[in-house]
Design a protein around this ligand. Structure first.
Ligand code: HXC
Length: 268
């Protein structure tokens, strides 16, 4: 689908996207690149990164991949520094890396719970922590007039409660809290805007194929009036809106992009 935004809205910006090699992260990388940004993607699997970088480059996008695990602070530090060394600045950090699986609370080991908290919540904070130096107003590679921005990919499942998702619900709730607190502290001190996006079910993502079995998908529209999977494109357009000047007065919010699904109740 054609973008409603001008081609140059993030021209000259450098974006680092964790989990940028696949799913929603790759679509954000692609759309940021198509709108003028240079792209660094971070992920654990070299093969996935390599093919994503090739795909981005074939579109004429300046792209580089760095292997790393957001659970390791040394990886986070190295990747942020490598991005700066490669492109000379860092303007946008997108935390899209996530771990997930369906499991009942009674069958989930504390280490399984911790694993998802470590990837989603602690990983998000660690990346923000390491990127601060480059994103802050007056930081290396940027002038004294403005800071960069951070986008944290969240979810809607913790607004209520979700079966077999206690770990992810807790992790995404923590992410929303990180978004608000960093928006307050770093918005005030460093002119860094920090926002989130809460996608609904998105076609062609691991989230949808792993978490929504086909039989639920097929029947969902019967008991969830607003059920309609979105496209990765929908999330990338929201990311562009928040990351560029159109979102300059938006700070500390998590934009729900789910077609209204989480509000949905059966019709009586
Ligand atoms: C129960 C599980 C499990 C499963 C792992 N564990 N998978 N428990 N059911 N299916 C437990 C393990 O038993 C272990 O605990 C602990 O978690 C760590 O497991 P490892 O395999 O050692 O972890 P690791 O190799 O680091 O992998 C972590 C991972 C990750 C979370 C499993 O590889 C992963 O899921 N990647 C998928 C990425 C993905 O799908 N991303 C999109 C997410 S979608 P014990 O106690 O045995 O040591 C998304 C959308 C959310 O986020 C919103 C949806 C609406």
């Amino acid at each position: 689908m054609e973008s409603p935004f001008k081609e140059d809205i993030v021209r000259g910006k450098v974006a680092l996207i964790t989990g940028g090699g696949s799913g929603i992260g790759l679509e954000i990388s692609t759309q940021f690149g198509k709108h003028g940004a240079s792209i660094a993607i971070m992920g654990r699997r070299k093969q996935v990164l390599d093919s994503a970088v090739s795909a981005l480059q074939s579109l004429g996008i300046k792209a580089v991949g760095f292997v790393g695990d957001v659970r390791k602070q040394e990886d986070a530090k190295r990747v942020v520094e490598s991005t700066f060394k490669h492109f000379g600045r860092l303007d946008i950090l997108v935390n899209a890396a996530a771990g997930n699986f369906l499991v009942s609370a009674e069958d989930l080991s504390p280490n399984g719970f911790k694993t998802v908290m470590d990837i989603d919540s602690v990983g998000t904070f660690t990346m923000c922590y390491e990127a601060l130096k480059y994103l802050k107003k007056g930081g290396p590679g940027r002038g004294s007039s403005s800071g960069g921005t951070i986008l944290n990919i969240s979810a809607t499942l913790h607004y209520t409660a979700s079966w077999y998702q206690i770990h992810v619900s807790a992790a995404k709730a923590a992410i929303d809290s990180i978004t608000r607190n960093l928006a307050l502290e770093w918005g005030t001190d460093y002119d860094i805007r920090v926002n989130g996006i809460a996608p609904g079910p998105i076609s062609g993502t691991p989230g949808l194929s792993k978490l929504v079995p086909d039989e639920i998908d097929n029947k969902a529209h019967e008991y969830m009036p607003l059920y309609k999977p979105g496209d990765k494109w929908d999330i990338a357009m929201a990311a562009l809106y928040l990351a560029c000047d159109s979102g300059k007065y938006v700070n500390g919010t998590t934009l729900i992009v789910d077609g209204g699904l989480w509000l949905s109740r059966p019709r009586h």
